[in-house]
Design a protein around this ligand. Structure first.
Ligand code: 13P
Length: 247
């Protein structure tokens, strides 16, 4: 399995930000892990042109479950692929919260992503109140069951565990807490998909930064990271890529 360092730029980035993408590639032209950036949709095609032939993969941050049609403002998975994406993040907690995305909707988006040849990065994660109530495993287990379609493989699906309370806060779970959730996710995937579960990358996301990346990547069943804020700067994301490549 090739580990995956993924960056989610969220609603950040202008054409000028492509300088960070070029700086990242200049410093890490051929890392020993997969390197993915998910800029806003407006930048995917430009980023694809600027990095053509490089090791950098590009992804979207959402797609519509339908292939085309009267859905003003939405983007189809095939459009992301056409722009140069090979991945799409689905079911991020910000979309679940801001847009009321349900597990069933995320599942249908994953099917649309696969139909367009994209790999789906499907996100799960508990809120702080759910963790305080000792419901973390219940919550992520039911999100996983409801959001991941039949037919998931290591090639078409990546799972990202992102505790909502760790996103953009500088707080992270303990290493033992991350290990517990990742082992649980692997077991649930194995119960459903058998040996294929060993091929599915499980990313941790939530306040990953250069200073904590190496210790997080040393945890069993952590196969990479989904990085928000620290992916916006080439130096920070590059340090996380290097930590994963060395893990
Ligand atoms: P931060 O790395 O900024 O905490 O964001 C994590 C995230 O939500 C990535 O999808």
């Amino acid at each position: 399995m090739r580990k995956l360092a993924a960056g989610n730029w969220k609603m950040n980035g202008m054409a000028a930000s492509l300088a960070e993408v070029k700086a990242l590639l200049a410093a890490h032209p051929d890392p020993a892990c997969e390197m993915l950036l998910c800029p806003p949709a407006t930048l995917i095609a430009q980023a694809a042109w600027a990095t053509k032939g490089s090791a950098l993969k590009l992804g979207g941050q959402d797609c519509h479950p339908k292939a085309s049609g009267a859905h003003t403002g939405d983007i189809a998975a095939a459009m992301l692929a056409d722009a140069g994406a090979s991945y799409v993040i689905l079911g991020h907690s910000e979309r679940r919260a801001d847009h009321g995305e349900t597990d069933a909707l995320v599942l249908s988006k994953a099917q649309a992503a696969w139909a367009a040849g994209l790999s789906a990065v499907i996100c799960v994660g508990e809120t702080e109140a759910e963790r305080d109530d000792a419901r973390t495993l219940d919550v992520v287990g039911s999100q996983l069951a409801g959001s991941v379609p039949e037919g998931a493989t290591g090639a078409n699906t990546v799972i990202a565990y992102e505790p909502v309370w760790a996103i953009g806060t500088g707080r992270t779970p303990t290493l033992a807490e991350i290990a517990e959730v990742h082992a649980f996710l692997r077991n649930r995937l194995a119960a459903r998909f058998g040996e294929e579960a060993a091929e599915m990358r499980l990313l941790y996301g939530g306040s990953v930064k250069p200073s904590n990346a190496a210790e997080i990547f040393a945890i069993g069943d952590v196969d990479g990271a989904l990085v928000g804020g620290a992916s916006l700067k080439a130096a920070d994301f590059g340090a996380i890529v290097a930590a994963l490549a060395a893990a």
